[in-house]
Design a protein around this ligand. Structure first.
Ligand code: ATP
Ligand code: MG
Length: 560
């Protein structure tokens, strides 16, 4: 990043200050610590851009660390998916991938130290009892009856916990801090729980597992993290993390909290995303409607657009809700600069140009991208039979309709003027099935030599050359919730029934038969599109990444 564009958010200001006073010997080391219990979403992208972005800006390092303290939920599929997502976004972590489980042995040693120092104890209260003793925040809690066990007894019981002598949930190891603390996290929090569970990396070695609170700060410390950036809900945990590293006498990373990303018209918690996947509401984690990185990627989002979005929203300490349209605007801007303009007809109506010789064709020259002179031009076949969009013809047009009407003239994109002379209908249904037209050969350049004007320009494809495709159109995953929803209301009631519309039988310009997964197109007047991963040689499938304008927001307003 150049000096002029260097972001000056409050986190970078803290880092600038730390560097100016020589803290951490001038090192900047961050980390991105996902729990591998699902695929990453756009909220994680904010954290990724922040952590890896800071490392890049300051010539520092950023680790990728999996928080795998919870043995039951982690899956190798998610671990690999997350690595893939980080790389796709354009970042690379420092050294090997780290796992919280890498330090399970060390954490055990640390726990022994706290026990020996009289700062941790084995407690036999049940989870419910622990809650009762902890009390409400407004009143001091009560000491556990096991709080004053001797060091020897604690060492003995803790070792036997580790050796698997006690059933799940029967005992915990707790830090001995302050049962009267106003911060509930300091009321003797659990450090270890007994859980006879298989772990994806340590196997059956452990039947006690460290809590997230006991693991997080020590992992940061041992990795030499200088700035441990996390979301606001961990603010109240900071005093606890500080207590642990200070009482262990180890490196003290500085935790800094920022507001998480919230977006309208979607869900962002992995738990809810998993609910959609399991419930069959979407076709998987990479369904193009999902706010996951894999979903956005399949939808046609580019890494640049997501990074630009994260830069645009910035980082603050105040919780807020960002319009989904802000994300869409970023991909629109990027694709406007990079996508090849093509023609596609989603709802085809046949046009026969009666004065154009059958069996003859010509090439029309198209500009690939008016925003990019380097992109050049291509030839698009034109002939007697075309398809146009059904909505570009109206038999009884309202005032102000400038497209094709009976007896009217319209301009074909990069082509001639055509005039509609006859409307052919299905005798049974009355549906318009074909338009008989004539073209004016004098209007090849898109202008009439006699100076007569047409107001509308429509897109088309040559019927003889068109390729068939399925086209998938998307709307928001969730509709706006009602003004004051009751807390019991199921969030899934807001699922948008039109979030996916499948269009079969679309007719595309022949060049699209050679589309590859990395190609991005603007189907003129219809939006930006890309090939879907399900496409085969015999069945093209395209996803609409985004419409050309923010029609969704307008639609919502209209219906409000
Ligand atoms: P979720 O509730 O979606 O599962 P999480 O916070 O439990 O999210 P983690 O895998 O623990 O997910 O998060 C990894 C990192 O990403 C954390 O540092 C977390 O603070 C950050 N993160 C998660 N969601 C967001 C968000 N919406 N905005 C910004 N950062 C986020
Ligand atoms: Mg989590």
């Amino acid at each position: 990043m150049s000096q002029e564009t260097k972001s000056t958010d409050f986190i970078r200001q803290i880092i600038d200050h730390d560097l100016s006073i020589g803290k951490n010997q001038g090192r900047v080391h961050t980390r991105f610590p996902p729990e591998p219990n699902g695929y990453l979403h756009i909220g994680h992208a904010k954290s990724i851009c922040l952590n890896f972005g800071i490392a890049a800006d300051y010539g520092g390092k950023c680790n990728l660390r999996f928080d795998d303290t919870n043995p039951e939920t982690e899956e190798t599929e998610y671990v690999e998916g997350i690595m893939d997502d980080v790389r796709w976004l354009g970042f690379e972590w420092d050294g090997e991938v780290k796992y919280a489980s890498d330090i399970f042995d060390q954490l055990y040693e640390f726990a022994l130290k706290l026990i020996r120092d009289g700062k941790a104890y084995v407690c036999d209260l049940t989870a419910a009892e622990v809650g009762q003793y902890r009390g409400p925040w407004s009143e001091p809690g009560q000491d556990s009856p096991y709080r004053n066990r001797s060091v020897e007894e604690n060492l003995d019981l803790f070792e036997r916990m580790k050796n698997g002598e006690f059933p799940d949930g029967s005992r915990t190891l707790r830090a001995k801090i302050d049962m009267a603390a106003s911060n509930m996290n300091l009321r003797d929090p659990a450090m270890y729980r007994i859980r006879h569970a298989h772990h994806h990396r340590t196997g059956d070695k452990w039947c006690i597992y460290p809590t997230y609170d006991w693991t997080h700060g020590q992992t940061d410390s041992l990795e030499g993290i200088t700035h441990s950036i996390c979301t606001l809900e961990f603010e109240q945990h900071r005093p606890l993390y500080d207590w642990f590293v200070e009482n262990l006498g180890i490196h003290h990373p500085q935790q800094i909290e920022f507001a998480r990303l919230n977006l309208t018209n979607t869900v962002m918690s992995k738990r809810r995303l998993l609910e959609l996947v399991r419930g069959g509401n979407v076709a998987g984690w990479d369904d193009p409607r999902m706010p996951t990185i894999v979903g956005l990627r399949r939808r046609g989002y580019t890494p640049e657009s997501i990074r630009n979005f994260c830069a645009r929203i910035g980082v603050t300490k105040a919780n807020s809700l960002t319009e989904y349209g802000v994300l869409e605007q970023e991909i629109r801007e990027h694709l406007n600069k990079t996508a090849t303009r093509v023609m596609a007809v989603l709802d085809p109506l046949r046009v026969v140009i009666e004065n154009y010789p059958a069996g003859e064709f010509e090439n029309r020259e198209f500009i690939n991208n008016p925003e990019d002179p380097e992109a050049g031009t291509r030839q698009v076949p034109f002939g007697r039979e075309l398809f146009i969009e059904r909505s570009d013809f109206m038999e009884n047009p309202p005032k102000g309709y400038f497209r094709l009407v009976p007896g009217g003239e319209v301009r074909l994109r990069y082509g001639y003027f055509i005039k509609c002379n006859e409307v052919i209908k299905d005798p049974q249904t009355g549906e318009v099935v074909e338009l008989r037209c004539t073209y004016d050969p004098e209007t090849s350049g898109g202008k009439a030599p006699d100076g007569r004007k047409v107001k509308g320009t429509i897109h088309w494809v040559s019927a003889n050359h068109a390729v068939d495709a399925e086209v998938r159109l998307y709307e928001a995953l969730l509709l706006d919730p009602p003004e004051n929803p009751s807390p019991e209301r199921d969030w899934k009631e807001d699922l948008n029934p039109n979030s996916l519309v499948v269009v079969k039988g679309a007719k595309l310009e022949p060049v699209l038969a050679t589309a590859t997964m990395s190609d991005r197109y603007q189907f003129e007047r219809l939006g930006y599109f890309c090939l879907d991963k399900s496409a085969t040689e015999s069945q093209l499938v395209f996803n609409r990444t985004v419409t050309l304008k923010d029609s969704w927001a307008k639609e919502q307003k209209k219906n409000a």
